[in-house]
Design a protein around this ligand. Structure first.
Ligand code: 0X9
Ligand code: ZN
Length: 318
């Protein structure tokens, strides 16, 4: 780890936040930071807005990284994307047409914990007051099971990956929908900007997959063909940007992965009514969550191509 920001190392949250501060200070005309919440352990939940001539009417694209603590390539490649959005002239059209709201580390406490204590931690670090949590002494809620759309619709015999009310498991959904500060922060920020957002992209690892709603069950949206065709086009771009390395599989969670409730993607579509919602499982290259740091720029470039194509495609439809 290095104490200065670059994309050849994975960084601690302090390094990433200090870099975001500097970037905002150096590009005041197009960048603005928003502290959208604070975690149980007192860390800011820090979002960066990037856009040229922003106005309330200008459409927005929300980008989420780091909801799962151990998926380090997500914050690493999402900060790469932030840097490119600010500095790369090839993305000028994108920031002229859209305001980007990028949250590189949705789960700051969990992320910090993977640096200090347990590299494979997934959830946040909250200990809620529910009886079972107190009794078991297990910590952390899976923030991607805590959003309030079809939350907690889990059958008794369901695979726990779907979401669970057992606090010791990795996919613990929390005591109630939006019980967690991190999910509340995202919800409150998005709902404070009604009709602003046209796109939402969540970056996870691993699996080299590109998914669109729904995830809560094996069902599709009415416009799924449009979402699917666009996903195919995005995946082609990522394939090219990866120089033929990364072949993204495209579909709904139910068809290409597993169903799960309380995901931010389902909430973004189902409640916030954002039309173009995608979830990316970045590549693991055979090493899963421990993707070597030598891959950060490679993955960063595929993210850039994904977002560039998405922006162009949506702009052409608007
Ligand atoms: O289980 C998840 O939340 C995601 N996979 S991961 O290995 N990164 O944890 C998949 C999410 C697919 N979308 C939803 N289930 N909402
Ligand atoms: Zn994940």
């Amino acid at each position: 780890m290095s104490s200065f920001m670059d994309w050849t190392h994975y960084h601690r949250i302090e390094v990433i936040y200090a870099w975001m501060d500097r970037l905002a200070a150096e590009h005041r005309n197009i960048v603005k930071l928003h502290k959208i919440g604070r975690t149980v352990e007192g860390r800011d939940i820090l979002l960066i807005k990037i856009g040229v001539n922003t106005s309330p009417k200008k459409p927005g694209i929300f980008i989420e990284g780091g909801i799962h603590a151990r998926e380090w390539i997500s914050p690493a490649s999402v900060t790469y994307l932030i840097n490119e959005l600010v500095l790369n002239p090839n993305l000028r059209d994108a920031i002229e047409n859209f305001d980007f709201f990028v949250l590189p580390i949705l789960n700051p406490d969990g992320y910090a914990y993977t640096h200090t204590t347990d590299r494979m931690w997934r959830k946040n670090r909250a200990q809620d007051s529910a009886l079972l949590t107190t009794l078991t002494n297990c910590r952390g809620v899976d923030l991607n099971r805590n959003f309030g759309y079809k939350w907690g619709k889990v059958g008794l015999l369901e695979n726990p990956q779907h979401g669970t009310s057992l606090p010791c498991l990795e996919t613990y959904m929390g005591d109630s929908a939006f019980s967690e500060r991190e999910t509340q922060a995202v919800r409150n920020f998005i709902l404070a900007h009604p009709r602003k957002f046209i796109g939402y992209v969540a970056f996870h690892s691993f699996g080299t997959k590109l998914m669109y709603p729904w995830s809560y069950a094996n069902v599709k949206t009415h416009d799924w063909k449009e979402l699917h065709n666009l996903a195919v086009h995005l995946a082609e771009g990522m394939f090219e940007a990866s120089r033929g390395e990364d072949r993204y599989e495209v579909g709904t969670a139910g068809t290409i992965q597993y169903t799960a409730t309380g995901g931010s993607d389902d909430w973004a579509r189902g409640v916030a009514d954002i039309k173009y919602v995608y979830l990316v499982e970045l590549p693991g290259k055979g090493q899963g969550f421990l993707l070597p740091r030598q891959w950060i720029q490679h993955v960063g470039n595929t993210n850039v191509e994904l977002i560039r194509r998405l922006s162009t495609a949506i702009a052409n439809k608007l």
